[in-house]
Design a protein around this ligand. Structure first.
Ligand code: HOZ
Length: 431
């Protein structure tokens, strides 16, 4: 790390806990100091020392069109000139809501928030109000933001830093969240057999992507749908990561399983702070002021975030969703190259995918990782070495094995070739 990055990290550590504003940005699990990024263009990011990185982190998901996409920039410039926030109704929030309702199967009405955390928090409040029940079922290793009821056995930064679940969270609140292993419908059925009358909702990422990428086993989502229906509980999909990433309709469109409520974020804000939750009209009408369940936010529906979101969704929808064909094709190529070269190098590695979302686990290639316990049993220490070797070759991966890699439409075949070359060199460094 050259001088300017180091100096910025020292300054940051004096005024920001751990030098960061969100734990996953720190290099705690991979070692070293994080670069300080000053700009991005297409598939690249640049740090204060003018190092260029091919970005496979994509701001943890939102940058599906790459950095500084010209159409998004134009929309933001136009919107910016009109004012940054009014705290009053604005046409852009209606336009983005219309797009979300059009594309996401479960969503007839939507409420914009400022983050994914806020979206899941409000969706749970709504589920509790709608059912008159208190318990929530959550899956180990799924991450739904940092609200009190959802931090237990959480993935993402909580898993990366191996943090205790409950610091600062009263036991009475934790007791209302029941945890079960991902991909274990039997455990869910047993829980319902015991507490069926008390369970308000089952919440999950339909593809777990905060313990690395763990797709649902065949029939798992269907089983959850039917157990919720049987017991009058709501099914909540947290599609903050999968929404508009795996398909315009999210993973619910891919799987054909429709939840009662859907939480979104990331891509729908085109790189600006945003979140949203939505569902059937009859449920969403219970949100204030239409109904009595309170959710509010000064910056909810912020015009800049809405403008970036509209531009992003319209671009993704153009040409019959050609963007997704491109993303999936690149992911296929990357997956094939990684699998082949790891095998040739004698490194046990397994690429797990949900369309263009992917993770490499250092484990036996033919043994699927299906839950949090299995993800934690993979060789994360080797991932740290691989991460550093890739960074040294100019590729910025998410600095944790419990995260997904993100491609963008700005990554083309030439950039993919550069990633593959960097990877091959990284393997040489590791040999
Ligand atoms: N929620 C993101 C994906 N795991 C990480 C972003 C963050 O926590 O800063």
């Amino acid at each position: 790390m050259t001088n300017k990055n180091h100096a910025w990290f020292e300054r940051a550590c004096r005024v920001l806990p751990g030098g960061v504003n969100s734990p996953v940005r720190a290099f705690g699990a991979v070692g070293g100091e994080p670069p300080f990024v000053v700009s991005g263009a297409g598939p690249y990011m640049y740090d204060v020392d003018e190092n260029r990185y091919i970005d496979l982190m994509g701001s943890w998901g939102p940058q599906i069109l790459g950095h500084a996409h010209p159409d998004i920039e134009r929309r933001l410039e136009r919107t910016l000139k009109l004012g940054t926030s009014f705290g009053a109704c604005n046409p852009l929030e209606v336009e983005l809501a219309e797009l979300v309702c059009k594309f996401v199967p479960s969503v007839e009405m939507v409420r914009m928030t400022s983050s994914g955390t806020e979206a899941t928090m409000a969706a749970i409040r709504l589920a509790r109000a709608a059912t008159g029940r208190a318990l929530i079922v959550k899956f180990e290793g799924c991450f739904h933001g940092h609200s009190d009821p959802l931090l237990q056995s959480a993935g993402s930064g909580v898993a990366t830093f191996n943090l205790p679940d409950a610091l600062g969270i009263p036991g009475a609140i934790s007791a209302l969240t029941k945890q079960v292993p991902f991909n274990d419908p039997e455990a869910v059925r047993e829980l319902f057999a015991e507490h069926g009358e008390e369970i308000a909702a089952v919440i999950l990422e339909p593809v777990a992507a905060n313990m690395g990428v763990v797709p649902p086993n065949e029939g798992f989502l269907e089983a959850l749908r039917s157990v919720c229906d049987e017991h009058g509980a709501l099914l909540i999909f947290d599609e903050v990561l999968t929404g508009f990433r795996v398909d315009l309709g999210g993973y619910q469109a891919v799987s054909g399983v429709t939840p009662d409520l859907t939480c979104m974020g990331k891509v729908i804000g085109g790189g600006l702070p945003v979140g949203a939750f939505g569902g059937r009209r009859e449920l969403m009408q219970q949100i204030a002021p239409a109904g009595g369940v309170y959710h509010a936010g000064t910056l909810s529906g912020n015009p800049l975030a809405m403008a970036a979101g509209i531009g992003t969704l319209e671009t993704l929808a153009a040409n019959n969703g050609a963007a997704y064909t491109h993303l999936n094709r690149l992911a296929d190529k990357l997956d094939a190259h990684l699998a082949k070269t790891f095998a040739e190098a004698g490194i046990p590695a397994r690429v797990q995918r949900a369309r263009s979302l992917l993770t490499v686990y250092f484990t036996e290639p033919d043994k699927p990782v299906t839950n949090f316990a299995e993800a934690k049993a993979t060789d994360t220490a080797f991932f740290a070495r691989y991460f550093q070797a890739m960074l040294a070759e100019g590729v910025y991966l998410p600095p944790s094995n419990f995260e997904a890699w993100f491609l963008s439409t700005a990554h083309d075949d030439e950039v993919l070739h550069q990633i593959c070359v960097a990877h091959d060199r990284a393997l040489e460094r590791l040999s």
